[in-house]
Design a protein around this ligand. Structure first.
Ligand code: LMR
Length: 439
């Protein structure tokens, strides 16, 4: 480990010990009193990585009255930069929240983390600690992400930790944004994917159950996200089932965009869009209850065939079409939709509107099978919780489509019975439906 005394104040140092935490030091006095970046240790590693900053040590001045030698547990410039003025500034801030992000070195996270740190998601008075979960293979990239976060000088970002053990990373977290999952490889059956990713989410569920805040909110993004969310929830019996979400907000956003395009209006005029069901090609973008300028969509877009066929299929397969263009899965729009999904839970839903999220079906008023995670329309008071919307209408078309997605999720559930504590898995999927990205 680099000795603190010999380390230039302009260095940012990541040091990994054989035990708990390492401080991450900032070179900027104006920045570092705001933040403390902490790195979780990989037990097996003993190396030190120093990251040089462009500011040289002789340009740095310690705030007056702070004696670096007084704080034995820290080293370098971080010890010099505690500043009482900053404490004054931050008195109006809320209590810091702890947010974990898995797959933190991936493309989606690369967009999301900077939005989280900027205050765009939880608000400009909400300090945040980011706990980044990656894999052993991605650890170098995780360090790179942490460096970029530091270099971004976000005042609200008080702490960053990185690690590969969910039991460490999820300690006391209030939000878990579970993005990391394996993509379906060539020749891999959907059942294989359910099993491989299911195991990841079973383990993460157990870790959440053991160490996270008792009211942690969990947003599952890694596919197949509905069933992964169910697995995660079943492995975390001490956390309310209501707190688990599967991300279908991207599908809602896609549906809004298509309706706006067809109607020739800006997309902020489209409201009350529900995505029902699974984040797969059986998902049902509901045009029956959707509104444009407050008017039911079927009265604005008088082309039922387009709504039932083109619109529905465009939304269901949008992810796949995008992959063909990009050569990779949606990342920026997924990150934006995660932001939307969280904001919908932490801010009151506008009067008369709702949002879609995949949630546990027990007690739902729509007659959808219990004990699955299904995307449905919700409203929130802005307290992180939600209630299902009751005033929605159904017709035969909508019912039939919803049933198909429900059947798919019930079949997926049987495939992962070994991961939900419900016995032996019997995997007999009715047809090999796709994730949106697999088309
Ligand atoms: C999407 O909808 O864009 C993604 O879920 C696609 C995928 O399979 O990664």
């Amino acid at each position: 480990m680099t000795n603190s005394a010999s380390m230039a104040v302009a260095d940012l140092a990541i040091t990994r010990h054989s035990h708990t935490t390492t401080n991450y030091l900032s070179s900027s006095p104006s920045l570092s009193y705001h933040r403390r970046l902490t790195f979780r240790h990989l037990p097996r590693t003993t190396t030190t990585t120093a990251i040089r900053c462009s500011v040289t040590s002789d340009k740095i001045q310690a705030p007056v009255g702070i004696d670096p030698n007084q704080k034995a547990e820290c080293y370098g410039v971080f010890c010099l930069t505690y500043d009482l003025k900053a404490e004054e500034e931050t008195k109006s801030w809320k209590k810091m929240i702890n947010v974990a992000v898995s797959g933190a070195a991936g493309m989606i996270s690369n967009h999301l983390l900077f939005k989280l740190a900027s205050g765009e998601v939880f608000g400009p008075d909400q300090p945040i600690a980011l706990k980044l979960l990656g894999s052993e293979r991605s650890f170098g990239a995780l360090e790179g992400v942490a460096m970029e976060l530091e270099d971004s000088l976000f005042p609200l970002l008080r702490e960053v930790s990185i690690g590969i053990d969910p039991y460490e990373v999820f300690q006391d977290i209030e939000w878990a944004l579970l993005i990391g999952a394996k993509p379906r490889g060539p020749g891999m059956e959907r059942a294989d994917l359910l099993d491989i990713n299911g195991q990841i989410f079973a383990e993460q569920g157990k870790a959440l159950n053991a160490v996270a805040s008792r009211n942690v909110k969990v947003m599952v993004v890694g596919n197949p996200c509905n069933t992964n969310a169910l697995i995660c929830m079943k492995n975390a019996p001490n956390i309310p089932a209501k707190n688990f979400h599967a991300l279908t907000r991207l599908d809602e956003n896609r549906a809004k965009c298509q309706l706006a395009l067809k109607a020739g209006v800006f997309y902020d005029k489209v409201s009350n869009v529900t995505i029902w069901g699974n984040h797969s090609t059986t998902q049902v973008p509901d045009f029956l209850n959707a509104k444009i300028h407050g008017i039911p969509v079927p009265e604005v877009i008088r082309d039922r065939k387009w709504l039932e066929e083109d619109f529905t299929q465009i939304v269901q397969t949008r992810g796949g079409v995008l992959i063909k263009k990009w050569g990779r899965s949606s990342a920026a729009s997924t990150a934006v939709s995660i932001v939307d999904a969280i904001r919908s839970l932490v801010t009151p839903t506008p009067e008369g509107d709702w949002f879609s999220t995949g949630v546990y079906t027990n007690g739902n008023p729509y007659g959808i099978a219990e004990d699955i995670v299904f995307s449905m329309p919700c409203r929130s008071k802005g307290d992180g919780d939600y209630e299902l919307v009751k005033d929605v209408i159904f017709d035969d078309y909508l019912r039939k489509k919803i049933k198909k997605s429900e059947d798919e999720l019930l079949a997926e559930k049987k495939c992962v019975a070994h991961l939900t504590g419900e016995g032996i898995a019997v995997c007999d999927l009715p047809e090999d439906t796709m994730l949106p990205g697999e088309m």
